[in-house]
Design a protein. Structure first.
Length: 96
């Protein structure tokens, strides 16, 4: 299963944009049931611990993993659909 890990803070508008963008495209592509999305709030102890473990303390950080292996990472930016659609098996042109 593909796992999307998003590290952010409540006060970060880019972090919110990352969550909304992935939700939008997973709905659009119809593969939400094949993907697990995790949000780790770096303002909490648990979020900081997971961020430290994943070396993701800058925000937003987005990590895509499959079977425990990292496929892609975006740090301090909102990834475009063109950057991540290849990991979801999407061939169609999608602009975001």
């Amino acid at each position: 299963m593909l796992v999307i890990k998003i590290f952010g803070k409540k006060s970060c508008s880019a972090c919110t944009a990352v969550k909304e963008k992935f939700n939008f495209f997973l709905d659009k592509w119809g593969n939400k049931d094949q993907v697990s999305m995790e949000y780790h709030d770096l303002d909490t102890l648990d979020g900081l611990a997971e961020g430290a473990y994943c070396q993701a303390l800058e925000f937003p950080t987005t990590i895509l993993e499959r079977d425990g292996s990292e496929l892609a990472r975006w740090v301090k930016k909102v990834p475009t659909s063109a950057e991540f659609r290849q990991f979801f098996g999407q061939k169609a042109e999608v602009k975001a």
